[in-house]
Design a protein around this ligand. Sequence first.
Ligand code: G2I
Length: 473
Amino acid sequence: MGSRAAASRAASLISVLAATAVALVGLAAPAQAAEPVLRDLASAKGIYYGTAVTGSKLSGTYGSITGAQFDSITPANEMKWGSVEPTRGTFNWAGADRVVDFAEANGQQVRGHTLVWHSQMPNWLANGNFSNTELRTIMTDHVTTEVTRYRGRIHHWDVVNEPLNEDGTMRTSKFYTQLGESYIADAFRAARAADPAAKLYINDYNTDGTGPKSNAMYSLVQRLKAQGVPIDGVGFQGHLILGQVPSTLRANLQRFADLGVEVAITELDIRIALPASDAELAQQKAEYNAVTSACLAVTRCAGVTVWGFTDSDSWIPDVFPGQGAATPYDESFRPKPAYYGIAEALGWTDDGGDPGDPGDPGDPGPTTGCAVSYAVQSQWNTGFTANVTVRNTGSTALNGWTLRWTWPSGQSVTQAWNATVTQSGAQATAVNAAHNAAIPAGGSANFGFNGAWSGGNTAPSAFTLNGAACATS
Ligand code: G2I
């Protein structure tokens, strides 16, 4: 079975599980245009759509967009060697745990990034003098320890990151210099032994199109496969410059796929010289569309990850002064044209009415819409606990919300959290808490409550948000 089929199968398994856990009530289409949801569109096409995240930001608006829009996340820094083992033998998993826990709470896969890399090594490793034997053991022990800790919870591991120079020679990292090319094979073998279910990737930049570096990666993967090294995938970082998306991207992905490995775009961003003009943002839309389409065109392409979904969380301005605007959302979490470019590549039909999507003629202005999912999490003879997620499917942020529903079988709310819930007759009214008053376009808020029931505990069939009917899902 190809990876695309496996991904679809995993996605359907997840939806079966979700359907089991969530009381699904009848679907009513919202009256207004809805923001596309990238994770749903991607999963319908058999790929994932992911983002790199900064774990400490995973709450509020940043957290709600991350959870609502993406079905894979990659910790940008929290799983790197320098983060998890700053002092030899002393591990700090808090940052990595936070990202993995968030992913599991939001039904997302995790790309583990990264185990063996020349950069962001702890000082004790970078500056230590170790014999070759000792260094090899340090490296394989590190791989074993980290992969074992997250065994069964990581979908893809970037086992070795950035092993090549631009001209296609091997990068003279500490590992290569002391251990030679065999460090790569040893790292993969240790990772496979520690978590046989994780897909093991090699990952690099400037290998997106054909050229000396990409050719060298191709030869390296051939050599590893010939040696029986357990490598499952090749990551193409996709740190691109506006106007320079390689025309050979799709063909390049395909030739690697033909070696019998998965491929993925792992760190996509497309940087622009600032300030970005409307024309440049429109061009960036077309380029995000093209990169996403290239993955879809290659059966073994597992998915795409953007390296930060918002311009406020991008590495570009720090490293390339004067450049930026590289991600699909602006610094205020408003979707940019690039976001619609991704959605359209994933099969979303442009409804012609999206502010922020300059290609849309006759833009009718901001739209509103909502979707509610209601789930009974536990139930006992007289009571129950329920969880409610409210998603803003409109095109503008909500600042304060009131959700109403009518109980079908005489239930009542006894105690609520993350919202204030009152009841009058059969009608319940939930008003946001201070911390979740703002729901960005495409984002969601969550609250829960305990209720009382007798006779029946049928889920409510309809909800209104600020007076307008919501879809239920
Ligand atoms: O450089 C862009 C990416 C290229 N491919 C491998 C990725 O792992 C890499 O990610 C970036 C992170 O996005 C940055 O956030 O890796 C950088 C380090 O090489 C990260 O930057 C570092 C800063 O340099 C540090 O000063 C800072 O303490 O992030 C650290 C944590 O915020």
